[in-house]
Unconditional design. Sequence first.
Length: 94
Amino acid sequence: MTKMLSPRDVLANIRFVEFEAQDMVRSLLVDGQGGERSLDPTPYAYRAVLNNILQRIYGTRTEATDTAIVAEVHRMSLEFMYGPPFILPLTKHE
């Protein structure tokens, strides 16, 4: 049976995961003003996952949660989990 990831492969890539995890926590602390302000951690988690993928495939990463690519990944994941967006019926404007 072939292993998908050898221990050497995991060790080679763990630095990306650790960096993004630390950056996510740092961003949450800064943006949340050290816990004084409530934040939704979802965009931060999406950004961390996206950055891991972008780093491995393209050698780049996003710098903030309010970028168009993070918003698009968020939208796509919601569509994947819950189906296409709810379409409101057309209403007549007067």
